[in-house]
Design a protein around this ligand. Sequence first.
Ligand code: ADP
Ligand code: MG
Length: 292
Amino acid sequence: MIVEARSITKRFGKFTAVDNLSFTIKEGSITGLIGPNGAGKTTTMGMLTGLIKPSAGEVLVLGKKPEAANKDIGFLPQDAQLHPQRTALDHLTLYGKLKGYTKTEAKEEGKKLLQLFKLQDRKTGQLSHGQRKIVGIAQAILGTPRLIILDEPTAGLDPGMAHHLKQQLLQLRKKATLFISSHNLAELEQLCDEVIIMQEGKLIVQEKLKTFLQQQNSVAITLEQAAGSFVSILKTLKDATVASEANTLTITFSDKDKTPEVIAILVKNKARIRSVHQASLEDSVVKLVHKP
Ligand code: ADP
Ligand code: MG
């Protein structure tokens, strides 16, 4: 295990932001950290990097206190601050030196990263929000630390850059362990092998992504027509709840998967079925965490 969080709690005054959280991160995995705004994701990541001290419990990274593992951790904070008068390459060089590289090595690494993300070496004050985010991400992955923690890396990136970043992160998994928070659950579903879901400071799920989706036991059926009118028709099904949004029905079985039965009912009632698939991570998280 590259990370072990043992009963970590963080209080700000009387408020408990992270409440007795225990989890582990497997070396070589991509783990997604999911939860609504204010769930405690950023605070948890802060404790993993050593920037925030737990009020109780302890974190071990590679068996050491996070401060002692500093050189093995790359971190993109949610609101990474850059010096507006310094160029992107200045930042990367400085950061590389902090990580133990010589100035020449750090500059070389920085140049490679600028090229990789097609970023011009301008003063960061003259870059767009998304471009500044890329500088922060480049800092976090510079030198490929063993543990890379990214707090909402794709928030604010254009779709092309978000896609490019996703490809790069998948490449990195061969050499590093990634811990990524995001509200873009479709993206996390493509990236992650493990998910941790938090709500109000507590851990509610730590599971392999595949297992979590199977446990949800939900099927999403997309129709050629609006799905709403089929909700009441499917009420006859036992041990299942049915919801609709636009052309899609999401059916959750409390016991056995009855997808063939559902399809038979739909066809009999003249539904034109476009696709049938397992409910997505987004469907499952919305159902679990953002219950109406
Ligand atoms: P998330 O990243 O999941 O949106 P955060 O970890 O940023 O959540 O915050 C969790 C909770 O802790 C929020 O209610 C937030 O207001 C509170 N919080 C975070 N940092 C501080 C702080 N420095 N002082 C007081 N409260 C804080
Ligand atoms: Mg946050």
